[in-house]
Design a protein around this ligand. Structure first.
Ligand SMILES: [Zn+2]
Length: 474
């Protein structure tokens, strides 16, 4: 069953009470034309602090946004989803500020993972861990991409990990469990009305960007090898494909009655060219690398997990997240009704799971560069009156602190790794940062009705889209 977003009632009530204050200043409620949500996967407050120390910076540009809050992201049901084992997910314990600052053991319990958090950030509903766009009762939830398309806007997702991985999938697809990659990729490419999908997963390359010799083994991220060959050779033209013996047609994304083929962009030069000038109508961007843009490249030159960044040279044949983001914006702004775009720095989480200090700094720097590129785009081609930009995270990974837990990250001078230590190889229930600027951003302060003794006022991850739904549908 498809669950139409029914939190209107709650929101309307909320707004009636709060709106009084707002209308005092007699300003009409804004309707953001464009909304850009940038997610640092696993990015906690201390991840940002570690990079500030390394760069000798007081703050990243988004830390000076007018709206600064925190986000709680615990799921409705924690644990790991196992098909046929309903007990594998259990009711999560929420977030208790008093306990959170008492001991790390509390933060290591009942944490979310990216699929459940992305689903909450995209649909407004908290759900069970590993869910992709499904409720705790396994109903299909409408998401931000669908709302954008339903309001005549364009929509897209961009990530530095596989395009059908948990976070981009949470904004575009619906599946009982996040590991059904082939099914999820099929839904994203053949059933969604996305205008842009960008991310890794190409089975023809390894994690260093080298072509794979012999037959492709890992095709789950791209549906299957037959489909992948066809979509590449049929780029810009082919609209019908055979998957598991069934003929399927891509969707009509602009309501002209004709199915819209994907134009496949792969080479770094094609990604860079996409940033300017005329663009294809619909773009699938898949760099020539397997799982991530850079984080999974093999460590050489004696690099270890405690090494500073850039010991192993970066892969030169893949674009940067900032370049992918600008290309996506150049396609989406073809729609003069506006657009929704989710951009994920996905491998911040992977570097943190692996407790890699230098690679974490690299991934944060790549994400921060993408945020700066997006800000420049807004100020050059749009405005803060019509565009809302949110920079946040889906959860924290690695329980990153300084010398010991709850001790601040300590700088050791520009260009040196600060004193930073991971206290886990997994996610934590620590609050994460939320920064917003532009059309409607101030209204998030009304949602921040919970308070943390250290991080201040905070919202729930599921409240991020609730405001958007209200503003777009009121
Ligand atoms: Zn993770």
């Amino acid at each position: 069953m498809i669950v139409k977003s029914r939190f209107n009632f709650l929101l309307t009530f909320l707004f009636i009470t709060h709106l009084a204050v707002w209308s005092q200043t007699s300003r009409k409620l804004p309707v953001p034309k464009n909304i850009i949500v940038m997610i640092g996967d696993g990015m906690g407050f201390n991840h940002i602090q570690a990079v500030n120390c390394y760069e000798g910076k007081a703050a990243q540009v988004y830390q000076n946004f007018p709206v600064k809050l925190a986000v709680s992201h615990y799921p409705a049901k924690a644990g790991e989803y196992e098909e046929g084992n309903p007990g594998s997910n259990f009711i999560a314990g929420g977030y208790n500020p008093a306990l959170a600052w008492k001991d790390t053991a509390y933060l290591k319990r009942d944490f979310t993972e990216s699929a459940a958090s992305a689903t909450a950030l995209a649909t407004g509903y908290k759900t069970y861990n590993n869910s992709i766009g499904m409720s705790v009762t396994h109903d299909t939830l409408e998401n931000l991409v669908q709302w954008a398309k339903a309001t005549g806007r364009a929509a897209g997702v961009v990530t530095s990990v596989e395009f059908c991985h948990a976070t981009p999938a949470g904004f575009t697809a619906h599946n009982i469990v996040r590991t059904n990659y082939s099914q999820i990729a099929t839904e994203m490419l053949l059933d969604s009305r996305c205008d842009v999908i960008m991310g890794c997963g190409d089975p023809g390359f390894d994690n260093d960007g080298n072509p794979v010799k012999g037959s492709w083994k890992n095709t789950k991220y791209v549906v299957d090898s037959n489909f992948w060959q066809n979509i590449i050779t049929g780029s810009g033209k082919q609209t019908q494909f055979t998957i598991n013996g069934k003929r399927k047609t891509v969707r009509d994304i602009d309501g002209d009655g004709k199915p819209d083929p994907w134009t496949v962009v792969r080479s770094v030069s094609d990604f860079r060219n996409l940033r300017h000038g005329k663009t294809p109508k619909r773009v699938l961007g898949c760099p020539l690398v397997y799982e991530t843009l850079q984080q999974k490249r093999v460590m050489i030159n004696g690099e270890t997990k405690d090494s500073p960044p850039q010991i192993t040279p970066q892969i030169s044949t893949v674009p940067a997240l900032s370049e992918m983001s600008l290309g996506a914006l150049n396609v989406l702004d073809n729609n003069n009704k506006g657009f929704f775009l989710m951009i994920e720095g996905g491998a911040i989480d992977w570097a943190s799971h692996a407790n890699q200090k230098g690679r974490l700094v690299e991934e944060l720097e790549s994400f921060n560069a993408a945020v700066e590129a997006v800000i420049e785009w807004v100020e050059k081609y749009s405005s803060w009156n019509e565009t809302l930009l949110i920079v946040t995270a889906d959860h924290e990974t690695g329980l990153l602190w300084g010398e010991e837990p709850f001790k601040p990250i300590q700088e050791k001078g520009k260009g040196n790794l600060p004193v930073m230590n991971f206290n886990s190889e997994n996610h934590s229930n620590s609050l994460v940062p939320f920064f917003a600027k532009g059309s409607g951003s101030e209204l998030y302060k009304m949602f921040a009705d919970e308070y943390d003794s250290v991080r201040g006022p905070f919202i729930q991850n599921s409240e991020l889209p609730q405001l958007i739904h209200f503003l777009w549908y009121k």
